[in-house]
Design a protein. Structure first.
Length: 233
């Protein structure tokens, strides 16, 4: 059954190498950490949800909105997927539905975005407001010509995980995320204006000083979230 259909557009991926020990408490039952070239990663991802339909229905005032999340990568029986530490959206109904049905970790915050261009580049920026009133943001400036993501690259590894796994007590929820391979814009520079500890907890504070291993601006596409199943311990 297809739970959600949408168009994900202009996805910023800011990727960091991280000590696997930091992530072990978040690894869902029945999965193991996935690595690329011996490295374990987390990614901050900002993008637009557009033309959203839940169970085939467009919910009024919940059709187009921003999301920013922190995620890492796992695998199970050859299936490569993502686990979300936290997902931020500006729509409370999305938070309620995702947390109750999929037991995800959504938060509702005031958000905004800005996409601009000049003769030489595109600029993409996503912002969200913490409970303490401070605005956080991620942004990139890119080239203007789309290119295909190279087979076997870190960029392909990051963008092509086609399952989601959610840790919930002694169970794991698994669901499929269907989308084609994406094109990318070469990132020229970036800015990360965020307090990782305030957003995700003290164990992620070290990312405040970390240098990203890679930066991606993916074009995006239509996406479907479907086939939820339960994995027991």
């Amino acid at each position: 059954m297809t739970f959600l259909e949408a168009y994900w557009k202009n996805l910023i991926f800011i990727n960091y190498e991280i000590d696997p020990e930091i992530l072990k408490p978040f690894v869902p039952v029945g999965t193991e950490l996935d690595v690329f070239n011996g490295k374990c990663y987390v990614s901050v991802v900002g993008f637009m949800f557009m033309d959203v339909k839940v169970l085939g229905i467009k919910l009024p005032y919940h059709i187009n909105f921003e999301e920013v999340n922190l995620r890492f990568y796992v695998k199970r029986n050859g299936k490569r997927g993502v686990v979300f530490i936290s997902e931020i959206v500006p729509k409370p109904l999305i938070t309620i539905v995702a947390n109750s049905i999929y037991h995800e970790h959504y938060q509702t915050r005031k958000m905004k975005h800005r996409w601009t261009e000049n003769d030489n580049e595109f600029q993409f920026k996503y912002q969200w407001k913490l409970k303490n009133g401070s605005w956080q943001s991620v942004s990139v400036n890119t080239e203007k010509e789309f290119t295909h993501i190279i087979e076997g690259s870190e960029e392909q590894y990051i963008t092509e995980h086609y399952y989601g796994f959610t840790k919930y007590h002694s169970k794991t929820f698994q669901y499929e995320v269907v989308h084609p391979s994406w094109r990318q814009l070469q990132v020229k520079d970036h800015e990360v204006n965020m307090d990782f500890a305030a957003n995700y907890g003290a164990r992620f504070k070290m990312l405040n000083c970390a240098v990203p291993t890679s930066l991606i601006l993916a074009e995006g596409s239509e996406v479907a979230v479907k086939n939820k199943t339960t994995i027991h311990r």
